[in-house]
Write a protein that binds this ligand. Sequence first.
Ligand SMILES: Nc1ncnc2c1ncn2[C@@H]1O[C@H](COP(=O)(O)OP(=O)(O)OP(=O)(O)O)[C@@H](O)[C@H]1O
Ligand SMILES: [Mg+2]
Length: 232
Amino acid sequence: MLAVLKAEGISMIHESGLFHKTRREIFRNVSLELDGGKTIGLMGDSGSGKTTLARIMAGLEKPATGRVLFRGKDIAFLRGKEQGDFQRSVQMVFQDPEGSLNPRKSIGRSIHEVLGLLKVPKREWLERTSDILQTVGLSEELLCRYPGQVSGGQNQRIALARVLLLEPKVMILDEPTSALDISVQAQVLSLLRELQKNRGLGYLLVSHQPEVMRNMAHEVFVLNNGCLVQSG
Ligand SMILES: Nc1ncnc2c1ncn2[C@@H]1O[C@H](COP(=O)(O)OP(=O)(O)OP(=O)(O)O)[C@@H](O)[C@H]1O
Ligand SMILES: [Mg+2]
């Protein structure tokens, strides 16, 4: 079986300095597979390259060497329908829930925007919106509010709702709960587990909290000194 998403021997180098270019290798020869129904945990010190690896797997950045395969095909060469498939199937969720939503758009509008992109007929918008709010455990009274007028946990659920409308196969979660209070954190994590069970989602979960990993991850990898190693 082909993995949904697979990093094959990727490395990343950042160049810095205007005159004397210094090249710094962030990590080298990293391979990783993501599949439905499974959570891969990714840990490592600050600056070890977790976000960089996450962004590369989501197709937001290009690796210096190696490749990322979506169902066996190099994402660098996807075009047309296959590229659209990849862009919907692989979604990234960021740490800062409020920042991932447009502050000038009401919650309702930012959900409708996704439905519009998906070409869902307008007459179905109300029903689809209320379904997805129910899925993430939010009430409809939030729809007319703006991101600054709801809590961090609610914002993260809204961000999840928008992403879920796209029916992704894997989600790349970069410290999705680290900006939230402990109790809210637990609620969002249990929502993620429930979604995984109901929808067969695969996750790449970046976190520096061992207890989050124990709770969520089927396998844990650590970025250390530029290498990815599996942790026991
Ligand atoms: N665009 C860039 N240009 C140059 N260096 C960069 C760039 N983006 C990231 N870096 C560097 O690459 C390294 C890895 O950054 P990254 O954000 O992936 O780390 P991280 O493991 O996610 O850290 P944290 O736990 O703090 O979020 C850091 O040293 C960072 O300064
Ligand atoms: Mg990071």
